[in-house]
Design a protein around this ligand. Structure first.
Ligand code: PKZ
Length: 128
């Protein structure tokens, strides 16, 4: 399989309904909850790409462009954007969908970097 095919195959989506237990006093999704979900989808993407033990080493700037209201559906999409020596970078986007209308809009995006580690927790080469 080519690198491009592996990247495409490891693209990962998670859908969530935004229920009130995940929202703040503005009735929108907590930023920290959004980041938790982003780390999770990025981790799954990195793991599905490499099938190696991966740990988060860094998150780049995360832009919250639109509030995510309670009562909507969100889709998180993770995609590998760069493969280094022992690390790889995953881009994550969160889209908002209304429950009872078509259409979606990009609300949040950011990048997460993971390092492949061995049984001694030391960095190892990402298998390309
Ligand atoms: C029951 C219900 C439960 C529900 C529950 C749900 C939970 C749902 C959440 C799921 C979420 C899952 C997420 C799991 C993943 C963790 O949670 S992992 C836990 C958090 N992460 C850690 O603890 C990692 C701690 N850090 C380390 O152990 C070490 O720094 C590492 C990662 C082994 C790297 O070691 P190092 O000696 O610093 O490595 P070094 O050789 O300098 O660099 C290695 C590579 O990393 C890159 N790098 C290093 N630092 C950086 C940096 N700051 N920025 C970018 N790249 C960097 C280097 O450039 C290098 O890249 P390559 O050129 O080789 O490609």
């Amino acid at each position: 399989m080519t690198l491009e095919e592996r990247i495409e195959n490891s693209k990962t989506s998670i859908f969530k309904a935004v229920f009130p237990n995940t929202t703040n006093h503005y009735d929108t999704l907590f930023g920290g909850t959004a980041m938790h979900l982003m780390d999770e989808v990025a981790f799954i993407t990195a793991t599905r790409f490499s099938r190696q033990i991966m740990v988060t080493v860094s998150s780049d700037r995360i832009d919250f462009k639109k509030p995510i209201p309670a009562g909507t559906i969100v889709e998180l999409i993770g995609k590998v954007k760069h493969v280094g020596n022992t690390s790889l970078k995953v881009n994550v986007e969160i889209y908002i969908e209304q429950m009872y209308a078509e259409g979606r809009e990009l609300a949040v995006h950011g990048d997460f970097t993971f390092v492949a580690i061995d049984e001694n927790k030391k960095p190892v080469q990402v298998i390309k």
